[in-house]
Design a protein around this ligand. Structure first.
Ligand SMILES: NC(=O)c1ccc[n+]([C@@H]2O[C@H](COP(=O)([O-])OP(=O)(O)OC[C@H]3O[C@@H](n4cnc5c(N)ncnc54)[C@H](O)[C@@H]3O)[C@@H](O)[C@H]2O)c1
Length: 241
């Protein structure tokens, strides 16, 4: 992997990343390391996580990997505790683990699909914040970035459960941000569109983590997907002619 940038933006900061073994989480791990952070990678895919941790050794800050299934409260509590045990504090967390789920509607969605997608995409974010925020409060605050999606404030055809869970992430983010704002815990969410370049989303996550003024913000990064520009232009120009 080629260096992206290296300005020491996260020097001496301790960051926990879930879903760190692949895609956006892996890109964020690399980027944060290069910016000087101590990174705890957490993922349920041990082989992939260990291989990436090995490949990234020597890229910058300290790095550790922990196996953690974010649907399990004891695993989430354990990954937070281990981060603090190893690195002393928890300054920031990127709660990124998630799955797309199947293609279904409100009618065809099965109980199993609902449980699985909800547990991995939404309940896990609650569990993560539940255990991360108390650690951050001990040291005067911190920054949390929750991974939502463009589907967190809009919809795609036949992606009922995914949209439901990502809307949930947006709501939990706003609520937690409000509840802990006066205690200096910042909570924001990222809403990417279809990601072809995970590093782009990773950069945004990094900048949210190191920014001490953003709070309760749900940041869309989808190339302007939802702006109905061409549609409006078409309708307006037709109307005018
Ligand atoms: N890729 C996109 O186009 C896109 C767009 C918008 C939002 N997102 C969101 O970004 C996040 C990451 O997506 P990605 O494309 O990098 O996916 P990815 O599949 O490349 O990586 C997801 C990681 O999460 C891990 N994971 C899954 N279930 C887990 C569990 N129960 N416990 C711990 N780890 C678990 C996987 O092992 C994997 O390493 C997801 O929340 C996804 O919904 C992705």
């Amino acid at each position: 992997m080629e260096p992206v940038f290296n300005e020491g933006l996260m020097a001496a900061k301790v960051v926990l990343i879930t879903g760190a073994a692949s895609g956006i989480g892996a890109a964020a791990t690399e980027l944060l390391l290069r910016e000087g952070a101590a990174v705890m990678m957490a993922d349920c895919d041990v082989a992939r996580g260990m291989a990436l941790a090995e490949a990234l050794r020597g890229f910058g800050g300290q790095l550790a990997f922990i196996e953690a299934d974010v649907t399990s409260e004891s695993a989430v509590a354990g990954m937070v505790a281990r981060t603090v045990e190893l690195f002393g504090v928890l300054d920031a967390a990127f709660n990124n683990a998630g799955i797309p789920g199947g293609y279904s509607t409100a009618v065809s969605c099965t109980n199993e699909e609902w449980e699985q997608v909800n547990n991995i995409n939404m309940r896990s974010i609650w569990l993560c914040m539940k255990h991360q925020i108390p650690e951050m409060l001990k040291t005067g605050g911190g920054s949390i970035v929750n991974m939502a999606s463009r589907a967190g404030d809009s919809a795609n055809l036949n992606m009922f459960t995914y949209a439901a869970t990502k809307h949930g992430v947006v709501g939990m983010t706003r609520s937690a941000a409000l509840d802990f704002a006066t205690q200096n815990v910042l909570v924001n969410a990222l809403l990417p569109g279809l990601t072809q370049t995970p590093m782009l989303d990773a950069k945004l996550a990094l900048h949210i983590c190191e920014n001490d003024y953003l709070n309760a913000v749900n940041i869309r990064c989808d190339g302007g997907f939802r702006v109905p520009y061409s549609f409006d232009v078409g309708v307006n120009s037709t109307t005018r002619q």
